[in-house]
Design a protein around this ligand. Structure first.
Ligand code: C2E
Ligand code: MG
Ligand code: MG
Ligand code: MG
Length: 283
């Protein structure tokens, strides 16, 4: 990038920025309409227990199917939704959809497993957040213990402000996960003092294991840290058999990633739950 800039002079950079700005303005305007027109949907990515390879839950992941542009990835539109504040409305929609889907599957006699929902820091800090969660649970009839919230380390930077909300969520039986762990800068002291149940280790730490000795040893240390804090440890982005077996060996509790399953659309997720029905309901 630096090289391209040097070669083409400032013009290249200006056009680039302008393009980015235009993209943002366009996406921002389109998002509200897309929500009203039903262009958003949820996919679900399974989580499994490492040792028994049993389904333990699934994460809701937002998808945007634009009729013209096709699929727009969350990493493109979520940051814009966060900047504009639209994430509050979009996040509330996700909460409704996720809780409804989970309840519907439970009512259909499928295994009762928790659903996790990603929550942006902006959404979490909104004064109505707790009320919204309560309203969704009450109206969908979903028991709070089937809802898990995934928050990122950036939220934990100001523990004083969020502790009360975290404690209130915990008191209701809603569990909390730290997403993308290792990419932010949460202090171990915060992890210790806040009610957080699951540590989701970012894909970056799994990618080069077990081939990289350094990364493998780092991964072991993170797992050890999580367990010392009394947390359940989950590895994200597990893509290969080698990674999976290594994680089993070093005592990682749960895994999620393309190796076991990519995120599934609603129909495919329902099929997966059906395939687990006998084994999970006989217990
Ligand atoms: P995340 O919560 O950390 O979700 C994991 C991301 O990694 C997902 O990308 C998933 O499809 C992808 N992934 C899962 N397994 C693998 C693997 O084995 N290899 C690779 N390379 N990738 C894998 P996705 O769905 O594109 O979402 C990206 C991010 O967007 C999410 O990261 C989350 O931060 C955000 N996001 C998605 N849905 C929502 C939502 O409803 N609300 C909010 N606030 N953020 C969301
Ligand atoms: Mg997540
Ligand atoms: Mg993650
Ligand atoms: Mg992420």
């Amino acid at each position: 990038e630096a090289k391209a800039e040097a070669l083409n002079g400032p013009h290249y950079f200006d056009y680039y920025l302008m393009d980015k700005l235009l993209e943002r303005v366009t996406i921002e305007k389109k998002m509200a309409r897309a929500l009203a027109e039903g262009q958003f949907e949820l996919h679900y990515q399974p989580k499994v227990d490492s040792l028994s390879v049993t389904l333990t839950g699934y994460e809701a992941l937002l998808r945007w199917k634009d009729p013209v542009q096709g699929n727009i990835p969350p990493n493109t539109f979520i940051p814009i939704a966060e900047d504009t504040g639209f994430i509050v409305e979009l996040g509330e929609w996700v909460m409704w959809e996720a809780c409804r889907a989970n309840k519907r599957w439970q009512d259909a006699g499928l295994p009762k497993l928790p659903i996790s929902v990603n929550v942006s820091a902006i959404q979490f800090r909104h004064p109505n957040f707790l009320r919204t969660v309560e309203k969704v649970l009450a109206k969908t009839g979903l028991e709070p213990r089937y809802l898990e919230l995934e928050v990122t380390e950036s939220l934990l930077n100001n523990p004083v402000l969020i502790k009360e909300t975290l404690v209130e969520l915990q008191d209701r039986g809603i569990s909390l996960s730290v997403d993308d762990f290792g990419t932010g800068y949460s202090s171990i002291n915060y992890l210790k003092s806040l009610p957080l149940q699951v540590l989701k280790i970012d894909r970056a730490f799994i990618q080069e294991t077990p081939s990289s000795v350094r990364d493998s040893s780092l991964l072991q240390s993170i797992i050890h840290l999580g367990k010392s804090l009394g947390m359940t440890v989950l590895a994200e982005g597990v893509e290969t058999k080698e990674q999976f077996e290594f994680l089993q060996q070093i005592g990682c509790d749960q895994v999620q990633g393309y190796y076991y399953s990519r995120p599934l659309d609603e129909t495919a997720m329902q099929k997966l739950l059906e395939s687990w029905r006998e084994q999970l309901l006989s217990k």
